[in-house]
Design a protein. Sequence first.
Length: 307
Amino acid sequence: MTSNHHYPIGRPGQPWTDQERLQWRKQQRVQRSYSQEVLARIDGLAAAFERLAYGELDYAPDVYPLFALRSKDWREALPVVLVTGGVHGYETSGVQGALQFLDEGADAFAGQVNLLIAPCVSPWAYERIQRWNAHAIDPNRSFREDSPAAESAALMRLIAPWKDRILLHVDLHETTDSDETEFRPALAAREGKDFEPGEIPDGFYLVGDSDNPQLAFHSAVIDEVAKVTHIAPADARGEIIGSPVVAPGVILYPLKSLGLCGGVTAARYSTTTEVYPDSSRTTPTQCNAAQVAAVSAAIRYALAHRE
């Protein structure tokens, strides 16, 4: 066990105050461009999809416009498929995989589903390769009423008109080595708790909803992703990141009660992807392709098992 004293912000056993949160924010530096890497690609897709402005984030002096894309041939009779990426801004293939799916995979489902894609939910964090927003809040624990995270609240407002019509929601994430070296220690320090080291799984896995497991659905997605990248095995305890493996590459969380993005709808099918970009057995190209494969497989299964 490692005390939060080893994290450079905060005092052992004491949760952060506003002063520590501000100290943390001042240490964050822009490392890449949301405008160049995300907005420019959204602009490039505007001829094929309808661009939806759904708010902005004001983290002075920076302001980030929020955009989603949806099918131009939107039809009320078709089921809605929601894809979200970049809820954790540092998880690169979540963002780039969502955009790549729109560019390469979406045409296969034209006229079959209404696509609604929010590729970068947390642009401030995307630029800083961070898990939290500017207030040291995790958007992926904040999908609830009166959300403390502006990113989460904006996405919930976006999907509200279609929330009860969404057949499928795929939330694109990564599990990285920096989870263990930076983000989990920071969380322990922020909460005034001791940091307990864990184990990062080597490979792709899925997180389903323990209240709606849909294991056949998850297994179908895993089978397709396995053609692109390797699937994370269970550890010696039969677990992945502390949760029992219920099918190869699949664990379950209570998505709604934890305030996770994957539980934000009433979709029959919902899954959270977890790509492992730090593996020596994969590449950034494969990570993006794995996200595309997961979305495509999920849509195919959902359409084939609608009734």
